[in-house]
Structure formats: C-alpha cells, structure tokens
Design a protein around this ligand. Structure first.
Ligand SMILES: [Zn+2]
Ligand SMILES: [Zn+2]
Length: 289
C-alpha cells in the first residue's frame, strides 16, 4: 500500500506572504522554498482514494491521473479540507461519477452545493441549472467499510469541537484507518488528544504508517481552544498508542498539518524530530508500506 502526502499545511498556509509575521519563520520559509512551502492537507492512498480537497493543484503538481481517483474521503467540514464547489468541478471532468464519503455534515454540505447556487443580486439561493453526477456515502465512526480494494475504518477525531463552555460538536471529524494486503495506515487529521472511544476502537489495529496532526509544533497551545496537537501533546499520544500496541516497534510516524507561522521551517526542524523517531512530512512525500 502506498500513501502520498499531496499537502501538509495547517489552515494558515495562505499567510506565507504575510509581512506581519510573529515568529519570523515565514521569510525563511519563502527563502528556503521547496519542502518548506506547504499546501493544504491532502493525501492519496493509491491506487484510487483521495483524502480531502481544497483544490486540484497538488493532484496536477504530483502527476496523479485524475481518472485514477474513484473515491474521495473527506475528514471534516473545515474550508482547508472541504471545498464543495471545487470538488464538483473536479468530479464533472471525470469519466466516472466520483464516490464521495464523509460525515453527515460533510455529505449534506456537498449535496447542498450541488443543488443550489447563491444569487448575490437577490440574496437568495436558487436551484442549480446543472447538477454534477456524484455518489454520496455517509460514514459512521468506528465501523468498517470496503472502499475499492481497501478496508477503511473511520474513527472520531477530536476536532471541530467548541469545547468546555459550550460543548458543541460541530462536525464528526473523521480520522481514517486504511488496510490492504495486511498493511495498515492511519491518517489522523485533524485531531487533538485521542477521544476515549476512538482509542478503544484503535486498539484492534497495529498501525504500520501513521500520519499525525502536529499543527503547532513547539508552540504552547490552549487545549480548550484548539483541535490540534502541539509537539508535547503529540508525544503523549504516541506514548499512549505504543503502550496500547496500536503503534509497534516498526511503526513509521509522520507529522503533518503543520502551521507555517507557528512552526519552524521543514529544513530547520526535521533533524530534531528525527532524533525522536518522528518524520516531519513535506508536500509530495511518498511512503510505501
Ligand atoms: Zn485543518
Ligand atoms: Zn480542521
């Protein structure tokens, strides 16, 4: 099984040209270029599964044949992972109906965008003239699905949460476990500390490759306000997964969904993480398992 990380950025990737840079990382990111530049988080599980869709730029950049993409899995309804109009545009150019998978909210959002246009002059939604031929599948966490030749188990990620005061879950963010030919890949984006029932469900897997959320690197975050890990939190999660046998000796651990403004550029951080057994991902990185 092979995964390619087409994009590895957190939601602040558009700040790369921001002159108001708090930490001073952005000028260095611009200067270094290459692996230090990041586009929105997106990944390909070969041969036919794409995860998340901000736009199709990275699909072109890394020479993925669009017609090879049969299944689109969406993690959650944040704009850097889900752009319904761009998905429909991409699907309309395919020779087959794109099969789209996600939470109830994600599927309803894409259906809505396929049903209505917003008419700015009247301020009303109007029925779209032409709908794109796609197929929708609502996923539930902690269940197994056969998607193409791959077994896919979505699990509930700790994200899209308005936490302590309001306790409102805004979407069932889905992290995904992929299994094929006896190998297992975990795509844990976006997520903060693992939810207890997700942790219990994950115990049945021995993950070979894990792509984990390390959005804030060494920045001390307020866990109440954030649906992500920083490095210290991630280390706790990795320990928990190791103790439970979810990660084993040989598990390859990559970190992605990296903030450009809060985290050192790739070239400056990768060696330090590598000493901890963590690989700092970059756009285009391929991992075969
Ligand atoms: Zn995100
Ligand atoms: Zn998000």
């Amino acid at each position: 099984m092979k995964i390619q990380l087409l994009g590895t950025a957190g939601g602040d990737f558009r700040r790369v040209d921001d002159p108001e840079d708090k930490f001073g990382y952005l000028p260095r990111v611009r200067e270094l270029g290459g692996k230090n530049l990041r586009c929105p988080a997106q990944a390909m599980i070969f041969p036919d599964i794409l995860i998340d869709f901000y736009n199709g730029d990275q699909i072109d950049k890394f020479d993925i044949a669009p017609e090879s993409i049969k299944h689109l899995l969406i993690t959650h309804n944040h704009w850097d992972h889900l752009q319904p109009l761009r998905i429909l545009e991409f699907a309309a150019a395919l020779p087959h109906p794109l099969q789209i998978y996600g939470s109830h909210n994600v599927i309803e959002a894409i259906k809505f965008a396929n049903t209505y246009d917003f008419d700015r002059s009247s301020g009303r939604f109007i029925i779209r003239k032409k709908q794109t031929d796609v197929e929708y599948y609502k996923l539930e966490p902690a269940q197994s699905y056969e998607i193409g030749g791959t077994t896919v188990d979505p699990v509930h990620g700790n994200h899209c949460m308005d936490k302590s005061d309001n306790m409102i879950m805004q979407d069932v963010c889905l992290n995904y476990v992929f299994e094929r030919d006896g190998k297992t890949i975990f795509y844990g984006m976006d997520s903060s500390y693992t939810l207890p029932l997700t942790f219990e469900y994950l115990r049945k897997f021995r993950i070979d490759v894990a792509v984990m959320d390390m959005t804030f690197g060494r920045w001390p975050i307020d866990v109440d306000k954030s649906g992500h890990h920083n490095l210290d939190m991630l280390i706790e999660t990795i320990e928990e997964f190791r103790e439970a046998g979810i990660f084993h000796e040989e598990t390859t651990i990559l970190v992605s969904h990296i903030s450009l403004a809060f985290v050192e550029p790739h070239d400056d951080l990768k060696d330090e993480l590598s000493k901890m057994g963590i690989i700092l991902a970059y756009d285009g990185q391929e991992i075969e398992v």
